[in-house]
Design a protein around this ligand. Structure first.
Ligand code: 5GP
Ligand code: MN
Length: 316
């Protein structure tokens, strides 16, 4: 069980540490990467020894993020010692991969905005109302009077715009927009960032062409899903955007993408108009937000689909 911190206490705890490992969640998105990189840059400027860990492949599209080249992948053969391990934008300890076992820390801090947070860390700053962990970072910098620069602003703007769907999702609040506006004051060009984030590789679009024919409707068209079978699955192809195809169809309340990452392991992404999909994800050992959640089901894709659709059907 974590001790809840205020922003001030979170900032002070970070400043007390000298050797800090910041770590992102696996399947890294713009929020976890931007939040960790912006905070890492500030802490390095304070003279801290900072490592950013990400135990997963990072999509090439994030290459524009300042200091992304400094992100390291934890190694099974190397244990690092640190005053603090700070877990950024991950709601459970199993979401950070090898970083959970390869860092020997004195203090475990978690900064997050997921309603499904499992309170695994010693210290937690959780704001489940924040659209993004990037929004929490802005709150932290403002509360502490920490100076931002252009590079940090790019990181935090990317974090925010990623998780609020470019200010379109229900989690977008006046504060989300005020903070984005504050970041634009540092010279961030919103068009440049959205161009980077929306850019697709040819392989992504080619795979989409093969996956769209799997579109299936259930429950009178209130559930729609896509399936990436294991023979189509390619780890290096970014499929994060695919779930938006079943999502934005008239009458669809819940959209799902099933991805057979291994013959007996299925990744699930859910999006909903109203029902709480985070609680369904948690039932399968995953998590997320009310309207966007995910989990891993250790079963072949047909079986995973059967189990998940049975749970979703109870909701609508
Ligand atoms: P996505 O479908 O984009 O992968 O994830 C949607 C949301 O659910 C994100 O906030 C993500 O962090 C969360 N999420 C996705 N998969 C998992 C999972 O396996 N475990 C947990 N705890 N959260 C997840
Ligand atoms: Mn997030």
């Amino acid at each position: 069980m974590s001790k809840n911190l205020s922003l001030q206490e979170t900032g002070e705890l970070l400043l007390q540490a000298e050797k800090i490992v910041l770590c992102t969640h696996v399947s890294p998105d713009g929020d976890t990467l931007g939040s960790a990189l912006g905070l890492a840059r500030f802490l390095r400027q304070q003279g801290k020894e900072v490592t950013v860990y990400c135990d997963d492949q990072i999509n090439a599209g994030f290459g524009f993020l300042p200091e992304i080249e400094l992100v390291q992948r934890p190694s099974a053969d190397v244990i690092v010692e640190a005053d603090m391990l700070a877990v950024i934008d991950a709601s459970s300890f199993d979401r950070i991969g090898l970083a959970a076992t390869q860092v020997r820390y004195k203090t475990l801090l978690n900064i997050d905005h997921h309603i499904s947070n499992t309170r695994f860390a010693d210290y937690l700053y959780l704001d489940a109302e924040a659209a993004a962990t990037g929004e929490v970072m802005c709150d932290l910098f403002v509360a502490m009077g920490w100076p931002l620069d252009y590079e940090m602003a790019v990181c935090f703007y990317t974090a925010i715009t990623t998780d609020c769907g470019s200010f379109r999702y229900a989690n977008t609040t006046p504060k989300t927009m005020r903070q984005a506006a504050m970041l634009l004051e540092y010279g961030v060009q919103s068009n440049e960032i959205s161009d980077c984030l929306d850019m697709r590789s040819r392989s992504t679009v080619e795979l989409l062409g093969k996956v769209l024919p799997s579109l299936t409707f259930e429950r009178d068209g209130r559930i729609a899903y896509l399936t990436i079978t294991n023979d189509l699955y390619d780890k290096s192809t970014n499929t994060d955007s695919f779930v938006s195809y079943p999502r934005y169809i008239e009458g669809v309340e819940i959209a799902v993408m099933f991805k057979a990452v291994e013959p007996e392991v299925t990744r699930v992404s859910m999006r909903s108009q109203s029902v709480d999909v985070a609680q369904v994800a948690v039932r399968f050992g995953g998590g997320g937000h009310l309207r966007a959640a995910g989990c891993t089901i250790y079963a072949p894709v047909e079986e995973a689909r059967r189990q998940l659709l049975a749970e979703l059907s109870k909701l609508i």
